[in-house]
Design a protein around this ligand. Structure first.
Ligand SMILES: NC(=[NH2+])NCCC[C@H](N)C(=O)O
Length: 435
């Protein structure tokens, strides 16, 4: 579904932008409807691309369209990444150069031919139209005459490639999980730095969109260069992925320190000084718990989902800024609050009645966590969406809907779950009201 730039302007004018909670009414969301990049997945490479199995693209489209239609049926405007990127590249030469520069920076060739290959790739990219560039960066470009055409630079690229690399530009099948590349918090845009190399080009696209899109670049959102706040002594590169980030509103940030989001990243974010409280949950660094939202997500003002198996084993910290006498920001301090997630969040969030929904027994909870059902997205307070197929007696959906506590919309998982993410992972709010 194509949305024109003028329609986008109307939506932004009508609703405004900014995300002020995880559970207020959702008005505008960004998603990516997967395309031919999924056809790049094979039995040999799907692990490399962080998929658990091969999806059937017809099913992916069906399920994804049912999901986006559910959102539209409840008054949410769905924007699509490919539309925004194309519109940005059409309207701004600077955006095109920045995209090309970013692709070149992230490309690595055989050491001996690095310089020559980069020049050839640059020339090849400079001859692409905005529409072609949009497709190249999302779908990827294979080392083949078919895809590269017959120019002089093509010959150089094909000759130089030592055939160990299948792709000149790698495909981005994980764009399906639009949650992870950025977060909007209040009216600030944070473009994240991915931990997994195969996702390295994804944030680049979002940076270009928020910086140059004819309407999103001047609608009152400000990009924050959070990763500049690292200490000289920090040895690791700061990484944060959006699935670890839950902005609860009123300056309170809940964040997972996980396989993907590291301490240096969390400290750099804290040092922006934009948060009143930063609460960190230490998540076991395992693939099945890759982000905070695989085990906990917001359901409404009164509740979260929480995978019970981990509820009393994950250390919780608050991270606070410290300043020198000259008022320079020093390394933040980590204060431990023990390992009981339920108790600690009730206390830190000053809400003794906070509810944590889970399946009724441990094995069902484990099964449902693996099927991404703790991963819910809020439409409005107490109205969420998750994947269908939850156990009718013991499943988390039954627990959430008990006594009409919550309304739970269900969408098919076929064609989506193979990528290892749920409905929260596939959406990213551009406008969400306070709780
Ligand atoms: N917010 C999330 N939980 N995202 C899920 C991302 C799944 C993706 N295949 C990855 O491994 O990166």
């Amino acid at each position: 579904m194509n949305i024109s730039t003028s329609k986008i302007k109307d939506i932004l004018d009508e609703f405004g932008v900014g995300v002020y909670s995880e559970c207020g009414k959702l008005d505008i969301v960004l998603m990516h409807r997967p395309g031919k990049e999924l056809l790049r997945l094979t039995k040999e490479n799907y692990h490399h691309f962080l998929f658990n199995a091969l999806p059937n693209i017809v099913q992916t489209h069906q399920s994804h369209d049912i999901f986006s239609q559910y959102l539209r049926d409840h008054g949410i405007h769905v924007l699509y990444l490919a539309d925004l990127l194309r519109q940005t590249l059409i309207s701004s030469d600077q955006a095109r150069s920045q995209l090309i520069h970013g692709i070149l920076t992230n490309s690595h060739f055989n050491h001996n031919n690095q310089q020559q290959s980069l020049l050839a790739l640059q020339q090849w990219l400079l001859h692409r139209t905005p529409e072609q560039l949009t497709e190249d960066i999302i779908v990827g470009v294979a080392y083949s005459q078919d895809e590269l055409g017959t120019s002089d630079y093509t010959q150089i690229l094909l000759t130089i490639n030592n055939s160990t690399n299948e792709y000149l530009i790698p495909p981005l099948p994980n764009l399906l999980f639009m949650r992870d590349e950025f977060s909007i918090i209040d009216n600030h845009v944070f473009i994240w730095q991915m931990n997994k190399p195969t996702r390295i080009n994804e944030p680049l696209l979002l940076h270009i969109i928020f910086q140059y899109h004819p309407h999103l670049s001047n609608c009152g959102l400000e990009i924050i260069e959070w990763q500049k706040n690292i200490d000289e002594n920090d040895k690791e590169i700061p990484t944060i992925e959006g699935g670890d980030v839950a902005y609860l509103g009123d300056g309170i940030l809940l964040i997972g320190c996980s396989e993907r989001t590291n301490r240096t990243g969390i400290e750099a974010l804290t040092r922006t000084g934009l948060f009143h409280q930063v609460i960190v949950i230490m998540i076991p660094p395992e693939r099945c718990y890759m982000h905070l939202d695989t085990i906990l997500s917001s359901v409404g003002k009164h509740a979260f989902t929480l995978h019970g198996l981990l509820a009393e084993t994950m250390q919780i910290y608050t991270v606070e800024n410290q300043y020198s006498h000259q008022n320079t920001c020093l390394k933040p301090k980590w204060i431990s609050h023990g390992c009981n997630v339920r108790q600690t969040l009730r206390k830190l969030l000053n809400n003794p009645d906070l509810i944590f929904y889970d399946a009724k027994d441990e094995q069902t909870s484990i099964d449902e966590q693996r099927q991404c059902r703790h991963n819910v997205v809020v439409i409005d307070d107490c109205h969420v969406v998750t994947y269908a197929g939850s156990d009718a007696d013991k499943g988390i959906v039954t627990c959430m809907s008990h006594n009409n506590m919550c309304r739970v919309g269900l969408i098919p998982f076929e064609g989506l779950l193979e990528g290892g993410g749920g409905v929260h992972c596939m959406t990213n709010a551009v406008r969400r009201r306070p709780k």
